[in-house]
Design a protein around this ligand. Structure first.
Ligand code: PLP
Length: 435
């Protein structure tokens, strides 16, 4: 079925006991066994069923199925946040002493995870100079366990050539992991272009209403873990933490998610609450409609800003002079996402006045809400990075990031117009001149 339909129905068939049409919230910690043998069989993974909600839950299972289907993957695991999903996605395949290679344009906390936290756990992250396939390939060696990219960088707005990165990954016998949060599967399905694993912050466009944190890891089921068993012994050798289970033997192509659930989620517990799974499912039902409106409103905002003399620059991938225009054509049919960045005349001081003058746009650190949102990455989401790291991630001091919402476009443009007027007032011009 088409994505619009999967978003509404995927993963759920009317519950047989109550005939509930909406997905029930299974607010339970545990599940009763028929007998001692049944309990043992469940723990031996010989029969299907839920045991304890830190491992799986029926409401969350619907969300997992729905996200997997939307991304064209085999299996998914949902966890408590996008960050937990990123952490598990990497740790599930990288042992101490190994490395992963990443593009430089990342969401700030992902950069912090990669630059400071994973190395402390023995996994090095090598940041390429650019998001190009050549720059990535240069850094791969025998110890590399994955390539990582954001399909659309937050906030840089760069578009990765997933097909090219997937070809490099395949050549070196390692998977390509793609954070598809900004794009959503409505605009782009990385697995269709050769990605092996897709990660999401469901907190953003998928949930779509700024109410609920959640993350997902989706596996294409295509990476040949057994062929590369020397590099990825955790999937093909007996797991001492799970009474000797061999994931590739027991789960076949579903080995990656099975191990992620049995090892990482079970033992470190970044669990998604059933009520959160329910709220995210509600949001996902309308994701196709919302994304369409987000994208159309963002196009109107980008054109408005580009044509306004009070604006110094606009970074929007579908403009013909944008360096990522060709990739926007290839992966998004010429459209661009609804995250865009810009700087206004007068630089940082005028930008600050603009930001404070916004009335409809919310000043915060989030994106993908139905509401229009504005963020100043250099002082917030990317604050932990050095100036050089910020520059490599595509973050400048005067940059403002907009997540364009689904309100009426006239109201969105009116708010931007009045804030731009405030930013160019004579007293601000004097302030700018004095800087
Ligand atoms: N990935 C991207 C691209 C993000 O923008 C974010 C958060 O902004 C995350 C991951 C982390 O998601 P969460 O806030 O759900 O942990």
């Amino acid at each position: 079925m088409k994505s619009d339909t999967v978003a509404v129905h995927g993963g759920y068939e009317t519950e047989p006991t109550t005939r509930a049409v909406a997905v029930p919230i299974y607010q339970t910690v545990a599940y009763e066994f028929d007998s001692a043998d049944h309990g043992a069989a469940l723990f031996n993974l010989e029969v299907e069923g839920h045991r304890y909600s830190r491992i799986s839950n029926p409401t969350t299972a619907v969300l997992e199925r729905r996200v997997a289907e939307l991304e064209g993957g085999l299996e998914a695991l949902c966890v408590s946040s996008g960050q937990a999903a990123l952490n598990y996605a990497v740790l599930n395949l990288a042992e101490i002493g190994s490395n992963i290679v990443s593009i430089p344009q990342l969401y700030g906390t992902t950069h912090t995870l990669f630059a400071h936290i994973l190395p402390g756990q023995g996994v090095a992250v090598r940041f390429a100079e650019t998001d190009g396939a050549d720059a990535i390939e240069k850094l791969i060696d025998e110890k590399t366990r994955a390539i990582f990219c954001e399909s659309v960088g937050n906030p840089a707005g760069n578009i990765c050539d997933i097909e090219a990165l997937a070809a490099v990954a395949a050549r070196h016998g390692i998977p390509l992991i793609v954070d598809n949060t900004v794009a959503t599967p409505i605009l782009l399905r990385p697995i269709d272009y050769g990605a092996d694993i897709v990660v999401h912050s469901l907190t953003k466009f998928m949930g779509g209403h700024g109410t609920t944190l959640g993350g997902a890891i989706v596996d294409s089921g295509r990476f040949p873990w057994k062929t590369h068993a020397r590099r990825f012994p955790m999937f093909s050798e007996p797991d001492p933490s799970y009474h000797g289970l061999i994931y590739t033997e027991h789960f076949g192509p579903a080995a990656y998610i099975a191990r992620c659930r049995s090892v990482h989620l079970r033992t470190t517990g970044a669990v998604l609450a059933p009520i959160s799974a329910f709220l995210l499912l509600q949001g996902i039902e309308t994701v196709a409609l919302r994304v369409e409106r987000h994208v159309e409103n963002a196009r109107r905002v980008a054109e408005f800003l580009r044509d306004d003399p009070r604006v110094a620059w606009v970074n929007y991938a579908s403009f013909a002079d944008n360096p990522y225009h060709r990739l926007a054509q290839k992966y998004f049919g010429g459209r661009a996402c609804s995250i865009l960045t810009f700087g206004i005349e007068g630089g940082f001081p005028a930008g600050k006045v603009f930001y404070d003058a916004l009335k409809l746009f919310k000043r915060l650190v989030n994106m993908g809400d139905a509401k229009s949102l504005a963020c100043h990455p250099a002082s917030t989401t990317h604050r932990q990075m050095s100036t050089q790291e910020q520059a490599k991630a595509g973050v400048g001091p005067e940059m403002i990031r907009l997540s364009v919402g689904i309100e009426h476009i006239d109201d969105i443009l009116a708010d931007l117009d009045q804030a731009l007027a405030a930013s160019q007032a004579p007293d601000v011009a004097r302030l700018v001149a004095a800087e």
